[in-house]
Design a protein. Sequence first.
Length: 129
Amino acid sequence: YEQNPPSVLSYFLGVSKVQAVDQTLTVREAILHTLKENLVMAQNHMKQQADQGRSERQFAEGDQVFLRLQPNKQTSLKDEHCEKLVPKFYGPYTIITRVVPLTYQLALPSHSKFHLCISSLVLKEGDWN
């Protein structure tokens, strides 16, 4: 927990005087090199798969967006009484400013209990017609 994993020291050919140890450590070094390459390839593949479904969300000031709320938790904007049939997105709400690259300030109703700065991960552009 918050400790670096033990490092495996690199082996240089000819350091050991015993040939069996020298050969074993050389093989170990080759296996570690192959494992590191395979790990990097697997990480790149996993990143490509994860990024495949993501989209870059950028909004401008004055854009109209929908806000996704968590069911049964964020209820200050909801007027419905039947929890089964509540909509997934609420709005549209107007973007006032862009605070940081992923956070926007929205013009929410005065009775809402939300912080005005909301992440772009819960915002969605849509067709209002």
